[in-house]
Design a binder for this molecule. Structure first.
Ligand code: COA
Length: 246
């Protein structure tokens, strides 16, 4: 459900579960984590491109999965946390193409990307608080750095939807373009064609010390895990499942 290919030095990672809006399951997180972990030591991979399908980048974490592991497993050992750690430690340039919905982790992972292309129909939203949860993926640190506290609050705490245009103004998106995937692919190939070591060192300088980011990922995950069993969270998830079953 993550399809992968390597073309012209670009590893294309496609979230490939279109009937469920590419909602991310444990298996999909594991596949993405493995891709990022192996790319760090693979000279063939000079850039990575993350994309979905027209209309769906991703609907976020699979809500059924949330319900199944809430309170039963140690959060630190879940595929999602492995994925978030791999994202924070990823050393290869990462480009995203957002077409349609980018919800929850679909929003927060964009904060780890070096270049983000969004189609005009992009719907960027992170309804963590509405679900009784807290922001994850280091977004509580990266969000205010990228867009300032006020806009980060609006996106991450208030759960307001950012259009492609608004995300562009906020600095989360580089370009709004009808064919986001084609533009992202072209950019990824441009990155891949540059001297790889100079690119690696330059990106590392821009990112600075990532220990704070890794620490924040763990801190958020611990709070997130404790929230999964909170009555308001269970009620919100069950409401989503009920809506589905109707
Ligand atoms: N987890 C599980 N299933 C999901 C999902 C998710 N995060 N996102 C979408 N889906 C499923 C829907 O349940 C539906 O399945 P069904 O056909 O078996 O009923 C299918 O994908 C299509 O979604 P649908 O809601 O019909 O499409 P839409 O275009 O009307 O809305 C979304 C798309 C993404 C806005 C909506 O599905 C949604 O709000 N999903 C939940 C997002 C969320 O809260 N994610 C977690 C954030 S922490």
């Amino acid at each position: 459900m993550i399809s992968q290919s390597l073309e012209n030095g670009v590893r294309i990672l496609r979230m490939d579960r279109p009937d469920k809006k590419n909602a991310l399951t444990g298996d999909m997180y594991t596949a993405l984590a493995e891709a990022f972990e192996t790319a760090n030591d693979d000279p063939e991979v000079r850039c990575q491109l993350l994309c979905g399908h027209p209309g769906a980048f991703t609907g976020g974490n699979d809500i059924g999965d949330f319900l199944s592991y809430a309170g039963k497993v140690e959060m630190g050992k879940t595929p999602v946390i492995r994925f978030l750690r791999a994202l924070a430690r990823n050393e290869k340039p990462l480009v995203a193409a957002v077409d349609g919905v980018a919800i929850g982790i679909g929003t927060t992972l964009l904060m780890h990307c070096d270049m983000v292309f969004a189609a005009p129909n992009a719907v960027i939203r992170s309804p963590f608080v509405d679900l009784g949860l807290v922001p994850e993926a280091g977004s509580s640190l990266l969000g205010p750095m990228i867009m300032g506290h006020a806009r980060a609050f609006e996106l991450l705490c208030l759960g307001r939807t950012f259009s492609a245009e608004k995300a562009l103004q906020a600095g989360l998106v580089n370009e709004v373009v009808e064919d986001a995937e084609a533009a992202a692919r072209q950019c990824a190939e441009e990155i891949a064609a540059k001297p790889p070591e100079a690119m690696r060192l330059s990106r590392k300088l821009l990112r600075g010390n990532t220990q704070h980011l890794e620490d924040r990922v763990e801190e958020e995950a611990a709070i997130f895990a404790s929230r999964l069993t909170a009555p308001e969270t269970i009620a919100a998830f069950q409401a989503f499942m009920m809506k589905k079953s109707k």
